[in-house]
Design a protein around this ligand. Sequence first.
Ligand SMILES: Nc1ncnc2c1ncn2[C@@H]1O[C@H](COP(=O)(O)OP(=O)(O)OP(=O)(O)O)[C@@H](O)[C@H]1O
Ligand SMILES: [Mg+2]
Length: 275
Amino acid sequence: MIFVSGSPHHEWGFFLAQHHSGGWEPVTNGESGAYVFRSADGSRFAKCVPAGQQDLLVRERDRVGWLSASGISGPRALDWIADAGGGCLVTSAVRGVPADSVSAGELQQAWPSIAEAVRGLHALPTKDCPFTRDLRQMFVTAQDVVARRAVNPDFLPVEQQQTPPTELLDRLADQLRRRLRQEAADTVVCHGDLCLPNIILDPGTLDFAGFVDLGRLGRADRYADIALLLANAREAWNDENRAIAADDAFARGYGITLDADRQQFYLHLDPLTWG
Ligand SMILES: Nc1ncnc2c1ncn2[C@@H]1O[C@H](COP(=O)(O)OP(=O)(O)OP(=O)(O)O)[C@@H](O)[C@H]1O
Ligand SMILES: [Mg+2]
């Protein structure tokens, strides 16, 4: 498509309508920079990126296809539309509501089912997963993002926002060998961006309904997912006691004794990999 006027959402909506009738409503242009739409009948989602970023969506399409064949709930890939101007991935909707849109009480109710779903994802045989999101690769990405001065300070924990990203990276580099050894001993299939908006819940039962936003799925240390999920959920609990109880409940449901240092390492690495 060629964008000549109007907002990108408008133009993408027009492009989508040429291929899939019935109307499309903008959902977000989220942190990834992609434009996301929901079909008017709620049955499909479309994620669109301009030319030059299409490989990101191709990666997501392949991962959506793989996960849907693995028995874990998530979207199915329905269509891939691309031309010189960009591309759109059309997927089936996971019916439900994103876990960041429910109240703290509802999230607490959903929590055991989320822990079980993450355990199920991480229990998939790694030998069957063709995608890697290993630490070495994540670290190289972080080095690249930091070298390009492309770290988004908004993604950093508040206490790190005044620290030069090179220093943040150096702190992580000091632990790298140990973390690589841990990863080698315990690699699982990770979601790769396991935050609440990417977990869909059944609004009636509040049970887990599916994972979405699968572009970063791959073999990695389980803590890459756990760190992100627990940190993101912490923002929802509103109170420290509830957050501690939720961490404990997750650990019990998932079946792990949490290693706070390993969790923090992955939590601090993640913001350096976006940009
Ligand atoms: N197939 C789907 N089924 C249900 N909901 C979906 C689906 N695809 C996207 N969504 C909804 O749209 C939101 C944005 O989509 P997605 O996470 O794929 O894009 P994104 O660009 O990564 O956005 P963000 O940066 O906000 O995570 C999701 O958080 C989810 O609520
Ligand atoms: Mg997302």
